[in-house]
Write a protein that binds this ligand. Structure first.
Ligand code: SF4
Ligand code: SF4
Length: 538
């Protein structure tokens, strides 16, 4: 594993362009900036093509003999099938409005990380092979030959894009570079080129229902361990149900909430909330993953993993689905679910059993975000909350890319936070809401061998956190995404170690005053309540 440079070293960002033009500058696989290929076991299990031993640093990538034909046929298929792909290949006017909007460009200075140039890596082949101008004029028309160096470049730079869509917010034509990255990754899959941090979770999720490959009994036991902790801290014993047919609601959340810190504290928050309102819900030990790494793989894979949630809802006969704090799960639900597997007409339009609110926004997907659900409860005065239990926490909110840009979930988490923590401050306006900066490790890039690039890509986010830490004393970065909870923790340790990371529901769980609870002396992390010496003022 490559040694990660120090923050001081990373801050020396080299913005000088290379001496040669971009078409003539081959990719250099520097340690810390690329990910390991998919494991043979995972790929065999999934039935992917061209499985072999290879490493990005090898000269010979052992591509199939007809690799060029495979790529060009794959491109032709997709240009025909996905209108957006064809449009995005044609309409960029290279205005440059997106150029400085990508966190990987800002943190690395590498021009090929400018969204416009990232897309040109693919567009130049499209022009050469699928347009008259490119065929006749070649380079003059921005076209180039498809070579093995181009394939290597695609692998390097399309796995240095977190599909965050920040660049698309600034594009006057609405070009979504994330969708271009998705297409490039699909094409690379045809040659057996992919990364392990995505393919192993996809294989696990297909086999056992979650990214970690947890068996149903382990999944159930993990949640019961969390109930033990809740009982220790609050005196309340919660006994959630699993695979219960006829429950009103199926609850689905990323498996990281069930087995990894700090997600487990968020999960304890959900458990307390549902107990507080007496929700008639069930977990599923088979559909034990909200995350959908199919989004980072291919449309077919995304469709399969999304279908799992709905098939389980059908099997259990629930009315609607409540989803936990996840990022890309919501992008799949809001942007793709309806055409992949929907509309879910066998379910009912979600109605809160506590407030009577109808979630019209989920009329087709039948799936409600936990922040929408919780904010509605607070708005109707249905939760007994004591923000002083979060005393000492000065919070800010990180808009995760997918809930903010893909589903417009901007106000609800903020509204919740302002009701459960004593002090809240926003980061600068151009770094939040639709313009939020990515954690730098999304789309399956949160792997250790990629650490230098992660810390570079996370620098703009970390800068904004540093700003509010220095100005207001912010010490807690709240978010509603399981990947972010993991990646921002690493990012904060590196850039702003004074700040810890948590889910919004964890802070709700701390503040909830449960009927019959014992005097709380700790928060859900088992840490003594700050400033109260164990005294609750409720
Ligand atoms: S989608 Fe995000 S990571 Fe990808 S090019 Fe655009 S800004 Fe960069
Ligand atoms: S902002 Fe849009 S049109 Fe302008 S260079 Fe970027 S992708 Fe092309």
């Amino acid at each position: 594993m490559a040694k990660t440079p120090t923050p001081k070293e990373i801050l020396r960002i080299d913005h000088r362009p290379p001496k040669t033009g971009w078409m003539d500058t081959p990719v250099r696989f520097k340690p810390g900036t690329w990910c390991y290929p998919g494991s043979k076991d995972a790929l065999e299990y999934l039935g992917y093509p061209n499985i072999r031993d290879w490493m990005p640093t090898d000269e010979d990538w052992k591509l199939p003999e007809n690799w060029k034909e495979i790529i060009l046929e794959g491109m032709a298929d997709r240009l025909d099938k996905y209108r957006s792909f064809k449009v995005f290949m044609d309409i960029c006017v290279r205005c440059g409005a997106c150029a400085d909007k990508c966190h990987f460009f800002l943190g690395s200075g590498d021009p090929k990380n400018m969204p416009v140039l990232r897309a040109e890596l693919l567009r130049s082949i499209y022009r050469r092979e699928f347009t008259k101008a490119g065929k006749l004029l070649g380079r003059l028309a921005g076209a180039r030959e498809l070579t093995t160096d181009v394939i290597k470049e695609w692998f390097y730079y399309f796995y240095q894009c977190t599909e965050c869509r920040r660049c698309s917010v600034f594009c006057p034509y609405g070009i979504d570079t994330a969708e271009i990255t998705m297409m490039a990754r699909e094409l690379l899959h045809l040659l057996g080129i992919n990364i392990n941090w995505i393919m192993t979770p996809v294989a696990n999720c297909t086999r056992t229902g979650n990214h970690m490959g947890l068996q149903p009994h382990t999944f159930k036991e993990n949640i019961e361990y969390l109930c033990d902790d809740i009982e220790e801290y609050t005196g309340i014993r919660i006994t959630p149900s699993f695979n219960r047919k006829g429950a009103e609601v199926l609850f689905v959340t990323p498996s990281a909430d069930v087995f990894a810190e700090p997600g487990i504290y968020t999960c304890m928050g959900y458990l307390l909330l549902f107990e507080h309102i007496g929700l008639d819900y069930t977990w599923s030990t088979y559909n034990s993953e909200g995350g959908n790494f199919g989004l980072f793989t291919s449309h077919e894979q995304m469709k399969k993993l999304n279908a799992k949630i709905y098939l389980e809802a059908k099997r259990l006969g629930v009315k609607w689905i409540l989803g936990g704090e996840c990022g890309h799960m919501w992008r799949v639900i809001h942007q793709y679910m309806d055409t992949l597997n929907g509309p879910a007409d066998f379910l009912e339009v979600p109605v809160s059993p506590v407030t009577g609110t109808t979630f019209e926004n989920a009329a087709s997907t039948k799936m409600v975000h936990i922040s929408e659900f919780t904010a509605d409860l607070i708005k109707h005065g249905k939760l007994r909350l004591d923000p002083s239990r979060n005393a000492g926490i000065v919070a800010t909110f990180h808009d995760s890319c997918n809930p903010s840009r893909a589903m417009g979930l901007l106000e609800e988490p903020r509204y919740i936070l302002k009701n459960v923590v004593p002090e809240f401050h926003e980061m600068p306006e151009n770094t939040i809401r639709e313009q939020t900066f990515c954690c730098g490790s999304g789309t399956g890039l949160n792997t250790d061998e990629f650490m230098e690039m992660r810390m570079r890509g996370g620098l703009p986010r970390a800068n904004a956190v540093r700003y509010v830490h220095d100005k207001y004393g912010v010490n807690r970065l709240a978010c509603v995404c399981a990947i972010d909870r993991a990646t921002l923790s690493t990012l904060m340790d590196y850039w702003v170690p004074e700040v810890t990371v948590s889910g919004v529901s964890e802070l709700v769980g701390n503040a909830l005053v449960m009927e019959g609870e014992k005097k709380r002396e700790t928060n859900l992390r088992g840490e003594p309540l700050a400033g109260t010496e164990g005294e609750s003022d409720v």
